[in-house]
Unconditional design. Structure first.
Length: 312
């Protein structure tokens, strides 16, 4: 029995010899996976290759004295009387070869025996095909089991990483909440005391400074709110509110916070293009904070210029 293995080519899988003696009538030898090229002592390789290439049954009624098979080392040595090599097929695929010989009688393989051997080879072909399908099914199942195990492992690692991320976010939110509380307490005190001082008698310069202190404190409170809004955004709990704001006043307060720094550098800051009457506009709170933040960033980054103009 010779099989065509995709990874190894033709290999000798099993041999069987029937003896005329009663002591050992049948001797079966398994040669699983033995390369065909190393089997010159047990097979006529020229007949094997010819049959496999032509895909046709090869039957010899006597030992050839000439022709393409006469020089085969096995035939020269053993001189079998009758030889038969038939492809093992399943549909259009050749799975292997079945080789039979008779060392004592010529013309052994007559028509009735050829029909029987063909029937046997067809049954062997179906059995081999089922075996190959079962083997591939086992390999596929094993691969799927390995992939499933790997995916379960990855899912476990992802779940663990997710829990760690949730714990980190929870710790960060707790830290931000505590930090905002600690910052709000002194800021509220500063803003409250500044409001009290604004109700007392002060000169114009002191009044301007107190207003600047109050505006700066409120700016810090807005910054604290922005930090807390980041946590709310991550949790999907951020809500937008609408309120009226005086855009001119907001820009003025922002610029006033940098007036002292600008005066130390002998620089002048201007707010141009804003009407004298208060500009009331209905905007979202987040937009108001954005405008304030942009104003702060713009004023801070341009203090190196001689003139800073914030046009509205």
């Amino acid at each position: 029995l010779i099989l065509d293995k995709e990874s190894q080519g033709l290999t000798l899988e099993a041999t069987a010899r029937v003896s005329a003696t009663a002591e050992e009538p049948i001797k079966v030898t398994l040669n699983i996976g033995q390369p065909l090229e190393t089997s010159t002592s047990v097979l006529p390789l020229k007949i094997i290759h010819y049959t496999f290439t032509s895909l046709q049954m090869t039957a010899l009624d006597e030992c050839p004295d000439d022709g393409i098979f006469a020089s085969d080392p096995y035939i020269l040595k053993h001189k079998p009387k009758s030889m038969l090599c038939i492809p093992i097929r399943h549909l259009d695929r050749v799975l292997g070869l079945l080789y039979l010989e008779n060392s004592n009688t010529a013309a052994t393989f007559q028509q009735n025996r050829l029909w029987l051997v063909s029937l046997i080879s067809s049954q062997v072909g179906m059995s081999l095909n089922n075996s190959l399908l079962f083997s591939k099914l086992n390999e596929t199942n094993q691969r799927l089991e390995e992939e499933l195990t790997e995916r379960i492992k990855i899912q476990g690692e992802l779940a663990e990483a997710l829990e760690l991320a949730k714990a980190a976010v929870k710790s960060k939110n707790a830290f931000l909440a505590n930090m905002s509380h600690e910052i709000r307490t002194p800021l509220n005190a500063i803003i409250g005391l500044t409001a009290l001082l604004l109700d007392t008698e002060t000169d114009d310069q002191q009044l301007e400074w107190l207003k600047l202190i109050k505006a700066s404190g409120k700016a810090l409170l807005y910054l604290v709110d922005d930090i807390l809004d980041l946590s709310k955004m991550e949790q999907g709990k951020l809500t937008l509110k609408t309120a009226r704001c005086n855009l001119r006043q907001m820009l003025s307060e922002t610029i006033e916070m940098f007036m002292h720094e600008a005066s130390k550098k002998n620089q002048t800051m201007y707010l141009n293009g804003v009407p004298f009457e208060p500009l009331q506009q209905l905007v979202r709170m987040s937009f108001r904070k954005l405008v304030r933040q942009l104003s702060l960033s713009s004023s801070s980054s341009t203090l190196s210029h001689k003139y800073i103009c914030s046009d509205c």
